[in-house]
Design a protein around this ligand. Structure first.
Ligand code: AMP
Length: 258
């Protein structure tokens, strides 16, 4: 029987598990993280917490999709040991004062567009790691910069958690699965696969011998031709990353260049 824990006090026997931290509204992308987690231990814990600290004042914290009942059923079907779904007060009790900030994270890509976002992410993940002392924790390449930040923090603080990256799960037309995709209008949904196509164009350019700036130019050109409103296109590590703005949501995606 899968357990639901609402408080830290209930999680004592789950230490050393393999974790899958999420904000809920689970989809098949989260499902692949859960399947991967099973390879790293017999206890798999999914955390579901819409973390107010990682939302900016004008962002969608209040309206972020929430579906705990169906999320619990999904986790149960996948054989998850326990779901940890704490309240905001449980995660940030009065007096909570610590912030975990990874230098440089706020200077590029999502960090630049969303000030404070990665400090919120690193702070909550550090606390979750403290609660579970997991052997391993899975994160999606979908949020590549988040993965870089978590890796940096885990290494810098010597947290002894194995960080397991998992490749992005996509719709058949290429759109990366995301909890926020439910908000796309029919028109936006039809246009959205062009983001991944633009990244593929960039990767094609690499195969033809293009240098980094040409790869970025090729990607930008496809976004523009498709009528997508670019937020950024950047190469970070071995990933070509891009974000676009639509009326109802921002879409982010990236592709490995190796
Ligand atoms: P979220 O609930 O959106 O905060 O995501 C929780 C975890 O699932 C993060 O590590 C994400 O990178 C990962 N994730 C989200 N979407 C996908 C996807 N389409 N494929 C693989 N992993 C994903």
């Amino acid at each position: 029987m899968m357990r639901l824990c609402r408080t830290i006090a209930e999680t004592g026997d789950l230490q050393g598990c393999c974790l899958v931290p999420t904000m809920g509204a689970l989809h098949a992308g989260h499902g692949v993280l859960i399947d991967e987690a099973k390879k790293y231990g017999d206890k798999v814990v999914v955390t579901i917490f819409v973390n107010p600290k990682q939302f900016g004042p004008t962002e969608d914290y209040e309206h972020y999709p929430r579906s705990l009942e169906t999320d619990l059923e999904y986790c149960d079907q996948l054989g998850v040991t326990a779901v940890f779904a704490p309240s905001v007060d449980e995660m940030y009790p009065s007096g909570f004062a610590t912030r975990v900030s990874v230098a440089g994270a706020e200077e590029t890509m999502e960090g630049k567009v969303r000030p404070g976002h990665f400090t919120g992410v690193a702070t909550v993940v550090a606390r979750i790691f403290g609660i579970f002392r997991p052997a391993a924790s899975c994160f999606g390449w979908k949020d590549a910069q988040q993965l870089f930040v978590i890796r940096r923090m885990t290494e810098d603080l010597a947290l002894r958690v194995r960080i397991v990256p998992v490749e992005t799960v996509r719709e058949p037309d290429g759109l990366a699965l995301s909890s926020r995709n439910v908000r796309l209008s029919a028109e936006e949904r039809a246009l959205s696969p062009e983001l991944y196509r633009a990244l593929r164009k960039g990767k094609d350019a690499l195969r033809e011998g293009a240098r980094p700036d040409e790869i970025i130019t090729r990607t930008r050109r496809h976004l523009k031709m498709s009528g997508l409103d670019e937020d950024y296109v950047e190469i970070s590590g071995d990933r070509l990353c891009a974000a676009v703005r639509m009326a109802s949501v921002r879409l982010i995606d990236n592709i490995s260049l190796t």
